[in-house]
Design a protein around this ligand. Structure first.
Ligand code: SAM
Ligand code: SF4
Length: 472
């Protein structure tokens, strides 16, 4: 294996046109999607243009996820493929730099270079604003690895995207408002990879949302590992809650939709529930992960609430906003989970009736308390429980979609549809909706009468355009 730390290379690769191309691949959550966009914004002033394939990229960034073992392992397979492509490129006289960013970068740091020597640089989620400097250092005596939790706030220094770039990303945008987590659920790596809870000040968020709105964005999803623990500095010098922030953002026109994710049940405070009651722009859909319906497992997971408290919370939110729909995350096969614990989870799912759900087999993560627990569950049992749970949640999702037939829903159209002449968008409940209509509607919200459902999407017609029945 060549000692790559000593390879001499030109500082920054140049394409034929003088611009350089970057391909960024995001793994995992929406926060990574947002971070990838901001990495592209950071690299734009250094001459990098985004490309949609690694094949012609001067720089490939893998923005990684460490939440489950499979997610982390995918990265190493991808690096293997990229190494082959890069070696081929070098044989043809070109080159490609490979960077690893995100939570695997944060968790494994220098270890990545040892395991995958093809990697040129490693950058954590808190320091990607330093990417241009790090890239310039590639080819030096030591490969750059930056996984600091720096004193400077990256949001203060990240360059704003250009208007054309915002438009190209579509009418729905993510804005990270909170990072890190102090909850320390015993299965989860986030408090280790993303650090302690921090919240962005209100002024920076308002400025970012105003810029997005001015460029044509109509839906803003506020993001945070534990977004409803938001406690940012307000312009009045006081600490603002997420509820108060949402009230402020709802005044920015013409943003018509607000969402936020992901929330912890313990942090659903009164101001947030009131925001659901009072703000029409706040969509009646909430992802509120519960993980398990067993109080014993919730306790060992350190979730700090019971299933009854969760159900009461759902009821309180539904009282504030009766058309509210819920989704959740579930983990099956957490250490010590018995058949009775699992049945309690199925009962909770029946009680709530979710409109969508994400469910996972427990994956022991190094360094978390769960990984050291002795009563790990057999993989076959986990697989069997996951299949039963998913059959239940998928049935609930189908029933919700079926019940949408005949309803008129506001849809934000954000892309072309699967077939020519179709456009697609999202209902208030995040259901995918397809209609036959002109592309000029993309970027707008319009009422749609739902006529049929497919496997995972709804089909409809623009309200008021149903052809009159032929008169004999
Ligand atoms: N903050 C959110 C919460 O409180 O539920 C969750 C954020 S986490 C990034 C996303 C989801 O990944 C979790 O809700 C959980 O269901 C799943 N997850 C986290 N660690 C896991 C693990 N070790 N094994 C399986 N699933 C895991
Ligand atoms: Fe992980 Fe969410 Fe628990 Fe924080 S609250 S430790 S992000 S699962």
């Amino acid at each position: 294996m060549p000692d790559e730390t000593k390879t001499e290379r030109p500082a920054l690769p140049q394409g034929d046109t003088g611009t350089k191309t970057v391909f960024i691949k995001s793994y995992g959550c929406q926060m990574n999607v947002y971070d990838s966009q901001r990495m592209a914004d950071t690299l734009a002033p250094a001459g990098y243009v985004e490309t949609t394939s690694p094949d012609n990229a001067d720089l490939v960034i893998l923005n990684t996820c460490h939440i489950r073992e499979k997610a982390a392992e995918k990265v190493y397979s991808e690096i293997g493929r990229l190494r082959v492509a890069r070696d081929e490129r070098r044989r043809m006289g070109g080159d490609m730099q490979i960077a690893v960013a995100g939570c695997v970068a944060q968790a494994e740091g220098e270890e990545i270079m040892r395991r995958a020597p093809a990697v040129d640089l490693v950058v954590g989620p808190q320091t990607y604003h330093r990417l241009p400097d790090l890239i310039a250092r590639v080819g030096g005596t030591k490969k750059p690895v930056d996984t600091d939790f720096p004193v400077e706030d990256k949001f203060q220094v990240l360059p704003a995207p250009r208007r054309e770039k915002i438009l190209a990303r579509g009418p729905s945008a993510f804005v990270t408002v909170q990072e890190g987590c102090d909850k320390f659920c015993t299965f989860c790596v986030v408090p280790y990879t993303r650090g302690a809870e921090t919240s962005r000040p209100v002024a920076g968020i308002v400025a970012e949302v105003e810029r997005l709105a001015e460029a044509g964005v109509r839906e803003i999803s506020l993001l945070g590992q534990n977004v409803n623990a938001y406690h940012g500095e307000g312009p009045d010098g006081r600490t603002w809650t997420l509820g108060k922030l949402l009230h402020r953002l709802a005044r920015i026109e013409p943003v018509t939709r607000l969402r936020y994710t992901t929330s912890h049940p313990r942090d659903m405070d009164d101001s947030l529930i009131e925001a659901h009651r009072d703000l029409p722009a706040l969509m009646p859909f909430l992802h509120l992960p519960v993980q398990s319906g067993s109080d014993r497992i919730l306790d060992v997971m350190n979730r700090k609430h019971t299933s009854a408290e969760y159900l009461r919370l759902i009821e309180t939110i539904r009282n504030a906003r009766p058309d509210m729909a819920f989704s959740s995350d579930f983990i099956v096969g957490f250490p010590g989970e018995t058949d009775a614990d699992f049945e309690a989870t199925l009962r909770l799912i029946e009680d709530v009736s979710y409109v969508s759900a994400y469910s996972f087999k427990y994956s022991p993560r190094p360094g978390t308390p769960g990984a050291g627990m002795t009563d790990q569950i057999d993989e076959a049992v986990k697989a069997e429980r996951l299949a039963r749970l998913q059959a239940l949640t998928e049935g609930q999702q189908r029933a919700f979609n079926q019940a949408s037939i005949g309803r008129c829903m506001e849809v934000l159209f954000d892309r072309k549809g699967k077939h020519p002449g179709q456009i697609a968008g999202r209902s208030p409940y995040l259901q995918a909706v397809q209609i036959e209509a002109d592309e000029s509607l993309i970027g707008t919200v319009a009422p749609v009468e739902i006529t049929t459902t497919g496997a995972w999407s709804l089909h409809g017609i623009l309200a008021g355009t149903r052809p009159r029945e032929a008169v004999a």
